[in-house]
Design a protein around this ligand. Structure first.
Ligand code: PLP
Length: 399
């Protein structure tokens, strides 16, 4: 048989998926490992998409998305994100992650390096590895609220660095970077002649601080911004996102990659996106209020149980410090699932910076989150009280 010579064979399996697959075997498990909104797409969006499909919106569109959708997106980016944008500067994609993968494909090659924050969202690395691009990291430390310093970022730049990736609000930490940090990141990119990829997947999910797009500080078109309908409108399965770029060449290259791979974004999902943008935004406001309330309740519960965490300012994740029990987040996540029937993502699924932590999704049911965190705190207490209890997982499972 022929064998694969593709860089894809070097891709690591995500540590989130491994826990997820074990959790699926336990019907009693409280599932807090995945970043999926716990509500479905607003009914008016579903109805508009069904109506438009019946009216013939079922064929190919331009590979960069229909002009009608790009016009609506350009208006949204201009008005909501404060970035004056024309429809020719927008590319509709199959979600933010597809936009990122297309941009990596279009602008980078084997041997180039992309810098991402640590802890990191694992799919960035997977998309880079798939095309032979190397990934290096800059630290975003818990002690600093998971906000990186400009010194650390600049120190991580090498002659091979081509892209500096930033994501605020952040997954997995929920950190929002202050405007001066975002401005400094664009400045570093300018001085070292790098692209900035800004993953703004959670732009709408913020609990106080204003969301700021680094593109506000862009003077020459080096910032490429990635948005999505997935989280804002609970539309993860519709696969609809968009890229904003000031650079005509980047726009054309993205269109070519789209043509060569997906032909165009799903036409029915493009109609759904139009309805989501044009319709009432109450569902978005209500969802953000719910995430915020759950964040407050979760942080208060952990404080009462003496478990450290960094209060997230946005997105819907909480990194919980379990070092009182163990620095091994994989072993902790496995025991939590096996002994307490709660599944969380091990921090190291997000890189070395996630050691001693686990990620809890606040997009789950409120009672499930609070029950899950009580059980997590119980395990920390039990483990810390009996250091020898750090028995191998297999032995713990046997009884
Ligand atoms: C940081 C980040 N970027 C991108 C994505 C993927 O978004 P989409 O569904 O639009 O591809 C996610 C989803 O969890 C994410 O957390």
């Amino acid at each position: 048989m022929p064998t694969s010579t593709s860089p894809v064979i070097r891709m690591q399996r995500s540590g989130i998926r491994s826990v997820m697959e074990l959790a699926m075997l336990d019907p009693t498990a409280i599932r807090l490992e995945l970043g999926e909104p716990d509500v479905s797409t607003p009914a008016h969006v579903i109805e508009a998409a069904a109506r438009d499909a019946r009216h013939g919106h079922t064929g190919y569109t331009s590979s960069v998305g229909s002009l009608e959708l790009r016009t609506a997106l350009a208006r949204k980016v201009t008005e909501i994100n404060g970035l004056p944008t024309s429809p020719d500067e927008v590319v509709a994609t199959h979600g933010a992650m597809h936009g990122l993968a297309m941009a990596i494909n279009a602008l980078m090659g084997p041997g180039d390096e992309m810098l991402v924050p640590d802890p990191e969202f694992p799919n960035w690395r997977m998309a880079a590895t798939a095309v032979g691009v190397d990934v290096a990291t800059y630290p975003a430390r818990a002690a600093a609220g998971f906000v990186p310093t400009l010194e650390d970022i600049e120190a991580a730049v090498t002659p091979r660095t081509k892209v500096l990736l930033v994501s605020s609000p952040n997954n997995p930490t929920g950190a929002m970077y202050p405007a001066h940090v975002l401005e400094g990141i664009v400045d570093i990119a300018r001085r070292h002649d790098l692209w900035v990829f800004s993953d703004e997947c959670y732009e709408a999910i913020t609990f106080g601080p204003e969301h700021v797009s680094p593109a506000r500080y862009d003077t020459d078109g080096r910032v490429v911004t990635f948005f999505t309908f997935s989280k804002t409108y609970a539309m993860t399965g519709w696969r609809l996102g968009y890229v904003v770029t000031r650079d005509d060449v980047v726009h054309d290259l993205l269109g070519q990659v789209a043509e060569a791979t997906v032909a165009c974004p799903s036409s029915v999902s493009q109609r759904a996106a139009l309805a989501a943008l044009a319709g009432p935004q109450d569902d978005v406001r209500d969802a953000v209020a719910r995430y915020r309330e759950r964040r407050d309740a979760a942080v208060a519960l952990l404080a009462a149980r003496g478990i450290p965490c960094v209060r997230p300012d946005g997105a819907f994740y909480l990194m919980v410090d379990i070092t009182r029990a163990t620095p091994d987040s994989d072993e902790f996540a496995l025991r939590l699932l096996r002994e307490k029937h709660v599944s969380v993502s091990p921090g190291t699924a997000f890189g070395a910076g996630g050691a001693g932590q686990v990620r809890v999704s606040l997009a789950s049911d409120r009672t499930a989150i609070l029950t899950g965190l009580e059980r997590l705190a119980d395990l920390v207490d039990e483990w810390a009280a009996t250091p020898t209890a750090a028995v191998p997982v297999a032995a713990a499972h046997a009884d």
